[in-house]
Design a protein around this ligand. Structure first.
Ligand SMILES: Nc1ncnc2c1ncn2[C@@H]1O[C@H](COP(=O)(O)OP(=O)(O)O)[C@@H](O)[C@H]1O
Ligand SMILES: O=C(OP(=O)(O)O)[C@H](O)COP(=O)(O)O
Length: 404
């Protein structure tokens, strides 16, 4: 790999270093439910602080709409980071405004601050690159070098990921280096059979990678919110479940292509259908082609794969030598819909080969279900980023750091 690394930035004592982390953690009632991404950010931050750098941490959290939204504040994350680092972490209540300027100004050597959510500013995710540059310039004023360490976001061409890295001398942090070392094993020489398991709720993002993954894998297992677009492509009704209706033709194309390539796309044969979205919902297991035939009719919501499907997925997973999994199989946050994710997670721990779990919520899921990171070959902080890396795509946030 030709990625520029921190050591190439020269001595950093007394230097203001901006660090782009992915601190996009799951929150419930303002509390962090899984701090994996905060922990994963610690090694790079510690390295810089021990060198005597003044560290300015930037990150997004969730998908606010380009304006401040209290539920997506990074304040609780800054607090957790302070506990993990064992030192004070200053917090700016805006990203590029007066609070940020004064917090950054007050930093002494070896001190650290977190700025408020990047996505409270429309420039961060603007489609127009000129708008992104304007925002990146405001960020760049807070430092003289830039370290990019938010692996989970390197597939996004956003101001703090791409344009900022062009404006300042920049390098990758140790988390990105570590992630790529493992993921390269999956792109270069995956031991066969190779299975990829896809689920989760970012359906439109992730459907796009399937076309490129098909020629690389032996089996593709589809669960989570993604499965309903596949069932619809097979002509089945899916009630009120998550559906990307405009992707049905694309998915039909994937099914044909998989057949031509001899790749197995494994789809659910049964699903758990609920009366509503909630832990107290009534729910039943039904055949995947009979989702609207439950007592809930067309308002039934598919919230997990069924037990037969989970058992079959587990069998395919255990029979593979390389497995990559992104996206929970169901709404694991609600206990009645966690079983599919639990069974799949357990099967990954039994793989005789390399098993990799990727994604903020997938990593949170395995931990909340009682598994340890060590039970798997690797737990990646990136879901979409890992998938796009595996499909062989050139990721903007890596290319800008010299990767090709
Ligand atoms: N059938 C489903 N319907 C709605 N949401 C689902 C379903 N299955 C899984 N999910 C949700 O998907 C979310 C995670 O999706 P995603 O962000 O794509 O995963 P990751 O962060 O691991 O990449 C979880 O919050 C989970 O509740
Ligand atoms: O959670 C993330 O990605 P993931 O859900 O694919 O793991 C990253 O923080 C990127 O967030 P985004 O998908 O809102 O750009």
């Amino acid at each position: 790999m030709s990625l520029r690394t921190i050591s190439e930035l020269g001595p950093l004592a007394g230097t203001r270093v901006i660090v782009r982390c992915d601190l996009n953690v799951p929150l419930k009632d303002g509390k962090i439910t899984d701090d994996g991404r905060v922990r994963a950010s610690v090694p790079t931050l510690t390295t810089l602080l021990e060198q005597g750098a003044k560290v300015v941490v930037i990150s997004h959290l969730g998908r606010p709409d380009g304006a401040p939204d209290a539920q997506y504040s990074l304040a609780p994350v800054a607090e957790r980071l302070s506990e993990l680092l064992g030192r004070p972490v200053a917090f700016a209540t805006d990203t590029v405004g007066e609070s940020a300027a004064s917090v950054v100004d007050a930093l002494e050597d070896g001190q650290i601050a977190v700025l408020e959510n990047l996505r409270f500013n429309a420039g961060e995710t603007a489609k127009d690159s000129a708008e992104r540059v304007v925002f990146a310039q405001k960020l760049a004023a807070f430092g003289s070098v830039f370290v990019s360490d938010g692996f989970g976001v390197v597939h996004r061409k956003q101001a703090s990921v791409y344009e900022l890295a062009e404006l300042l001398p920049s390098a990758a942090g140790t988390l990105i280096e570590a992630e790529l070392t493992v993921l390269e094993k999956l792109t270069r020489t995956p031991e066969k059979p190779y299975a990829v398991v896809l689920g989760g709720s970012k359906v439109s993002d992730k459907l796009g990678v399937i076309g490129h993954l098909l020629p690389r894998v032996d089996s593709l297992l589809i669960g989570g919110g993604m499965l309903f677009t596949f069932l619809a492509a097979q002509g089945h009704k899916v009630g009120a479940s998550l559906l990307e209706a405009d992707q049905i033709d694309t998915v039909k194309g994937y099914l044909t292509e998989a057949e031509r390539l001899g790749v197995q796309i494994v789809l659910p044969t049964d699903v758990v259908v609920a009366s509503k979205f909630g832990a107290d919902a009534e729910h039943v297991v039904t055949a995947a082609d009979a989702i609207e035939e439950t007592p809930f009719g067309a308002s039934g919501l598919g919230l997990d794969i069924g037990p037969d499907t989970a058992a079959h997925f587990a069998e395919v997973i255990r029979g593979s030598k390389t497995v990559f999994w992104n996206g929970p199989m169901g709404v694991f946050e609600l206990e009645p819909f966690a079983a599919g994710t639990r069974t799949v997670a357990e099967a990954l721990t039994q793989v005789d080969g390399l098993s990799v779990v990727g994604g903020g919520d997938s990593a949170a899921a395995i931990r909340s279900l009682g598994f340890a990171d060590d039970d798997f070959g690797h737990v990646s902080t990136g879901g979409g980023a890992s998938l796009e890396f595996l499909e062989g795509k050139h990721l903007p946030g890596l290319e800008v750091l010299g990767w090709h």
